[in-house]
Design a protein around this ligand. Structure first.
Ligand SMILES: O=C(O)C1=C[C@@H](OP(=O)(O)O)[C@@H](O)[C@H](O)C1
Ligand SMILES: C=C(OP(=O)(O)O)C(=O)O
Length: 431
């Protein structure tokens, strides 16, 4: 198991980087290409472990996929091009692969089995398997289909009207994907708007998607047409460096080509509300997704309240927002974020325990956390607990600690940001 040592940054972070491709969009580009008719090409693909798991699963489902770094070519043969796998489908650490693939397999007339790593085995799947069963799919698994290993025998399914209890793009996407091959109309309503990459990309692949406030519906019997997909930079990866530049003295960085989809850009709202010195330039649209270049420098920050509809717009950024809040004047309260408990780790517990070890004044609540700042942090041994976002949040904290931070299980970072440490080094060298 790997341990990374992060040293207090003796210099400010300076220069320009492009973060790797968006993880959510990379997964979808491959999956939708696999069920589309024709050759789909993807550029800007994230070659992180999660998205490589998606490629590996769809290869086992009989789809020919070539991948070299950020370029992918998928030979789609339509929905019926997927064939019964002779091997178990291993999703690794990826919740997105598990839930979206369940939605696709729910309507395929064959048997398949999904497993993942120890973290996936603890993540709730009933939120997807129950509605898919109610559409007519035969799905079972540990604890009545709530946990992996899961076994799926897809078949003739009927559209449903589903009211989701959680604002989850994985739930919404799984049901809509099943709906595309089910009888009649399928609609999903959610309590707050979750990321809408599925809706946008299905439209790009030629599918008719109806949106009405918090409800999305699709008509059954729709096929997808192959596309060329350009993946924007991942704002969830950019978030680590936006925070780093805001808290490391003498910093001024630019991150180019960052995805600015409004369902994902909550981190920008938080930085601006906290008082960060930040500009957004060169706003443009690439492949149906808005992107921009963001420049940010060392900032005087103040604590704020974060909750409600903002939470789904920044759910994966909360570990690094907690680091940011340790350097803000006053109290930051994060609420309505119970979903953090069912991510790669219980992110309320792991953020609070590991940042406390570094000397942060942070306390867990039932639905989030409260952080008092500013506090001076000190280096010690911590762990990612196998959670990529926890590992990276701790590494960013390490840039300002007095003394080194040793991060156990740092290899997890490759799940979403394989060149994370190279980017830290690059920004420390640029003048
Ligand atoms: O659909 C997606 O690509 C994702 C949706 C979110 O999960 P939920 O749908 O569980 O909220 C997010 O946390 C995850 O990193 C990626
Ligand atoms: C929660 C995450 O991903 P997934 O659900 O795909 O494992 C994440 O990337 O923070």
């Amino acid at each position: 198991m790997s341990t990374a040592i992060v040293k207090h940054s003796q210099v400010g972070l300076n220069g320009t980087i492009q973060v790797p491709g968006d993880k959510s969009i990379s997964h979808r580009a491959v999956m939708f290409g696999a069920i589309a008719e024709g050759t789909t090409t993807v550029e800007g693909f994230l070659p992180g472990e999660d998205c490589l798991s998606t490629i590996s699963c769809f290869r086992k489902l009989g789809v020919s996929i070539e991948q070299t770094e950020d370029k992918v070519t998928i030979e789609g043969k339509g929905w019926d091009g997927l064939t019964e796998p002779s091997e178990i489908l291993d999703v690794g650490n990826s919740g997105t692969t598990t839930r979206l693939m369940l939605g696709i397999l729910a309507t395929r007339p064959f048997h398949s089995v999904i497993i993942g790593d120890d973290s996936i085995a603890k993540r709730p799947m009933a939120r997807v398997t129950e509605p898919l069963r109610s559409m007519g799919s035969d799905i079972d698994g540990r604890q009545n289909g709530n946990y992996t290993p899961l076994s799926i025998r897809g078949g003739a399914t009927k559209g449903i009207k589903f009211q989701s209890k959680v604002a989850s793009a994985q739930v919404k996407s799984a049901i809509l994907l099943a709906g595309l091959q089910s009888e009649g109309v399928t609609s999903v309503s959610e309590p707050a708007l979750s990321r809408d990459h599925t809706e946008r990309m299905l439209e790009a692949y030629g599918v008719e998607v109806k949106r009405d406030g918090l409800t999305v519906s699709v008509e059954g019997g729709q096929s997808l047409k192959a596309q060329h997909i350009v993946v924007p930079g991942d704002i969830s990866s950019a978030a680590f460096f936006l925070v780093a530049a805001a808290i490391v003295p003498n910093s001024n960085i630019t991150i180019e080509g960052v995805g600015m989809n409004p369902t994902r850009s909550g981190i920008i709202d938080v930085l601006l509300n906290m008082g960060a010195t930040m500009t957004i330039q060169n706003e443009r649209v690439v492949g149906g997704e808005p992107i921009a270049d963001i420049t940010i420098s060392t900032s005087a920050l103040k604590g704020i309240e974060i909750g409600g509809d903002l939470i789904p717009r920044l759910i994966d950024e909360i570990p690094v927002i907690a680091v940011l809040a340790t350097q803000a004047e006053g109290k930051t309260v994060i609420r309505d974020a119970e979903e953090l408990k069912v991510k790669e780790t219980n992110r309320i517990d792991t953020v609070v325990s590991e940042l406390s070890k570094l000397g942060a004044k942070i306390q867990a609540t039932d639905d989030g956390m409260i952080i008092e700042g500013p506090s001076s942090l000190k280096g010690t041994s911590v762990s990612s607990f196998g959670d990529h976002r926890i590992g990276m949040a701790l590494a960013i904290a390490g840039l300002i600690t007095d003394g080194d931070v040793q991060i156990g299980r740092s290899d997890a970072i490759a799940v979403s940001y394989p060149n994370f440490f190279e980017h830290i080094k690059q920004l420390q060298q640029d003048k």
